[in-house]
Design a protein around this ligand. Structure first.
Ligand code: FAD
Length: 391
């Protein structure tokens, strides 16, 4: 069917500079060369393609906005967004690994870690020498993480950590986990827990029909003695994990549109080639309606995240604005994927094309990092000043 043509209906390319286009092209080429040829096979087998990690590190996909002195790429938020969009055009699961590593592991260490923690962990995480995971969600506390039960008590130079985290991306193979737990005063704090600490295990979660090329697991803490030097000293309370989510949600707002763009592009090219009743199916009004609505929604989403990047670079993007963009991009992507799948008819359900994999992946993306409903409530609270979360 030919090469991917990134949809750019409103000529947004003109608004981004040459250096960003270079970054985009290098990620795009890597996705074409390294990721696309193998991803379907790994997703079918429900296996994480570990061999992609060094290439991702080399491209600066781990912690793009972390300053170079700590091993990061030292880029701004527009570059970060563009990179996530290209990566998720390939697969949401692989983008999840980059989001977790950069926004949920490196960011909290950078923002709240001691100088020693930053120097010790960040360069190794940026280089892919260490892979991290982020433990916030628990079996009984998903949308309401503040209710978490994981806690630690004091023990001289150590703390003793107990509890369990669930649905943790990268957990089965991560070398370190940034874990959020309550201190003896009941306040949330972040700790860096390392694989190999006694009483720490990471059982894998199987039977997922979504994000199959991303490894998900639990984090179980059974009286794990963690040195006090592993506590992130710079933050106490839910501001810690929520500020990480803000970073990751921003990347998802860009990323999910990448999946949508790939589905649209595939469906458009297929519709122009596939003939029924003696004509390309793209000539039928019903198919044109689908395609026209898809590109309209994608274009609106692209403009939203482009503006959000400017606000984020100016340090003016509010958490509620990021919520709106995350929710809108993922809903757009899911809708586009559903419509695109239908345009491909029977072929749409096969692994010959990326659409069904994107669609299944997006069922996780719409739930993690704040569900579709929760982001709506965040917008509702922001505009009315009234919380409708209950509790
Ligand atoms: P629940 O909170 O039980 O929600 C169930 C339903 O109730 C949802 O539709 C929700 O919108 C709705 N609901 C909840 N509260 C309200 C309300 N007040 N008003 C109206 N409706 C409401 N977590 C991590 O910490 N680290 C990770 O790396 C990570 N990776 C993940 C990877 C995958 C593949 C998945 C599926 C999840 C991952 N998560 C991770 C967890 C994810 O963030 C949670 O699944 C999510 O926050 C929702 O929590 P829950 O599944 O417990 O659903």
């Amino acid at each position: 069917m030919g090469q991917y043509q990134a949809p750019d209906y409103y000529l947004l390319d003109e608004l981004i500079g040459d250096e960003y286009r270079l970054i985009r092209d290098s990620v795009r080429q890597w996705v074409n060369r390294e990721l696309l040829p193998v991803i379907e096979e790994y997703a079918q087998r429900a296996e994480f393609p570990h061999q992609l990690l060094p290439g991702m590190a080399q491209l600066g996909l781990f912690g793009p906005t972390i300053p170079e002195e700590y091993g990061g790429a030292g880029l701004d938020y527009l570059a970060y967004g563009i990179m996530m969009q290209e990566l998720e055009r390939g697969d949401s699961g692989i983008r999840s690994t980059a989001s977790v590593q950069g926004s949920l592991v490196m960011y909290p260490i950078y923002a709240f870690g001691s100088e020693e923690q930053k120097r010790h962990y960040l360069p190794k995480l940026a280089g892919g020498e260490l892979i991290g995971c982020f433990g916030l969600t628990e079996p009984d506390h998903g949308s309401n993480p503040a209710g978490m039960l994981a806690r630690f008590k004091d023990d001289g130079d150590y703390v003793v950590l107990n509890g369990a985290k669930m649905w943790i991306s990268n957990a089965p193979f991560a070398d370190i986990a940034v874990v959020w737990a309550k201190n003896p005063e009941g306040k949330v704090q972040g700790l860096i827990v390392e694989r190999g600490m006694e009483g720490f295990s990471t059982p894998e979660t199987h039977n997922k029909w979504s994000l199959r090329a991303s490894a998900t697991g639990e984090l179980v803490f059974d009286n794990v003695r963690v040195p006090k030097t592993h506590i992130l000293p710079g933050v106490t309370g839910m501001r810690g994990p929520l500020s990480c989510l803000n970073q990751a949600r921003y990347g998802i707002a860009w990323g999910a549109l990448g999946a949508a763009m790939d589905c649209y592009d595939t469906a458009l090219r297929y519709a122009k080639e596939r003939k029924q009743f003696g004509k390309p199916i793209a000539s039928f009004q019903l198919q044109q309606k689908k395609l026209a609505e898809m590109i309209t929604e994608i274009t609106k989403g692209q403009l939203l995240v482009w503006r959000l990047a400017t606000l984020k670079n100016d340090n003016r993007a509010t958490p509620a604005q990021i919520s709106m963009a995350k929710r809108n991009s993922v809903a757009t992507a899911l809708h586009v994927a559903h419509e695109a799948r239908q345009i491909l008819g029977g072929m749409g359900i096969t692994g010959e094309y990326s659409i069904m994999r994107h669609m299944m992946n997006l069922e996780s993306v719409v739930t993690y990092e704040g569900t579709h409903d929760i982001h709506l409530l965040i917008t509702g609270m922001d505009i009315t000043g009234i919380s409708a979360f209950g509790g």
